[in-house]
Design a protein around this ligand. Structure first.
Ligand code: MN3
Length: 391
């Protein structure tokens, strides 16, 4: 029995992780469930899965959750710091980081230091602090298993590429990663058309059902830029070895080219439950209900080069990755603020990249950041970008 802590159980990844646990209840147990504000769903999940611990991060909802669960032997905690504490509990085997944004950083670090296997869905953690996180993972001998569908595909393609070379272990060398992208809802829009798109249009993703923040990030392709940075840290490649391919069908979830030119990919229907389950079951595969890939039905697969002029956020991510230091942290913090401002109708779609570029120019660059630098940069840039917004 693997005991799983789901950080962000009421979000899109969290609820699908619970689907997996429901389907394989003899193998997995939802041991910790956490949410920020989605009180009703968290209570419903707690009553169904009977976890050991529930965390409602927003303290304003603490009484409500306690009352609703007071007939069950479930411990209820509140406050952002309690996330860092509960992930260290002795019985936890896997921590699924499925919360949104920068808030995932500190709990992920706490879980790594407590030597928990990480099923990583919170890509912002690696975008902001990839150097620190990967170093801590090596020091603590902790596995970081990707849940992002592209990174799971890359990971599935490199499983089996390790070998024993005498008494040493070695891995076959990757020459290139093909990171696929659906292109989002504005793939065929002109820049002029993009000027006027609304949040409602951006929230209609053609292939994937996701939370609001990441759906907007997909529309701007900042999500793909962040995934490039995520891949750089997870697989130890340089940004120039990562080739973004727009692939509107979302069937090839990503691919790896090795030094001999062989390309391995993972294909399937778009369904996040597979990468979530693979992170839980690795190295084993398990049955999974749902639709199967039918290539006859799909007929053709298409690939295009991304338009870096139209999707400036993708270019921004490459620039930030090349610059290094706290620049990806600056970009992430700015993006979290403008993403929300766009959803609230306070700024236009093209203002997203304009304001992020402004923050990149204005914020203090630090070449060799520490955890404190990241926390400080994040707070400062949020304030800075807030000052750019109309009232
Ligand atoms: Mn993805």
């Amino acid at each position: 029995m693997k005991r799983i802590a789901i950080l962000g159980s009421t979000g899109s990844i969290g609820t699908q992780a619970l689907d997996i646990i429901r389907e394989h209840s003899d193998e997995y147990e939802a041991y910790i469930l956490t949410a920020n504000n989605s009180v009703d769903l968290l209570i419903e999940q707690a009553r169904e899965f009977k976890p050991e611990v529930v965390v409602i991060a927003n303290e304003a909802h603490y009484e409500t959750v306690c009352k609703a669960l007071d007939d069950l032997p479930i411990k209820v905690f509140t406050g952002a710091d309690s996330l860092c504490e509960v992930v260290q509990m002795a019985d936890v085997d896997i921590v699924l980081t499925a919360m949104v944004g920068f808030s995932g950083l500190r709990p992920t670090i706490a879980a790594i230091k407590a030597k928990k296997t990480i099923a990583l869905a919170n890509k912002e953690t690696l975008v902001v602090a990839g150097e620190l996180i990967t170093r801590l993972a090596v020091e603590n001998r902790v596995a970081i298993l990707p849940v992002d569908s592209e990174h799971s595909a890359i990971f599935q393609s490199i499983v089996g590429e390790n070998y024993a070379d005498g008494k040493q272990f070695a891995a076959n060398e990757i020459s290139r990663i093909i990171l696929t992208a659906s292109g989002g809802p504005f793939r065929k829009f002109t820049l002029e058309e993009m000027e006027h798109v609304t949040a409602a249009q951006a929230l209609k993703h053609p292939n994937w059902e996701m939370g609001a923040k990441i759906t907007i990030d997909s529309a701007t392709m900042m999500n793909k830029g962040f995934e490039m940075i995520e891949a750089k840290w997870l697989f130890g490649v340089r940004p120039d070895q990562i080739d973004v391919h727009v692939h509107p069908e979302s069937i090839v979830h990503s691919a790896v080219e090795f030094i001999d030119g062989a390309v391995k990919a993972q294909l399937g229907v778009p369904d996040m439950r597979l990468p979530i389950q693979y992170a839980f079951s690795f190295p084993k595969r398990q049955s999974l209900s749902g639709e199967r890939l039918d290539l006859f039905k799909i007929g053709n697969l298409h690939f295009e080069r991304p338009d870096m002029e139209k999707f400036d956020c993708l270019k921004i991510a490459f620039e930030a990755a090349e610059r290094g230091g706290n620049m990806p942290c600056i970009v992430n913090a700015a993006n979290e603020i403008v993403n929300l401002a766009f959803r609230q109708g306070r700024i236009g779609y093209l203002d997203i990249s304009r304001l992020i570029r402004r923050a990149m120019a204005d914020a203090e660059f630090i070449a060799t950041p520490t955890l404190e630098t990241y926390l400080e940069t994040d707070a400062k840039v949020r304030k800075l970008v807030g000052s750019y917004l109309p009232n």
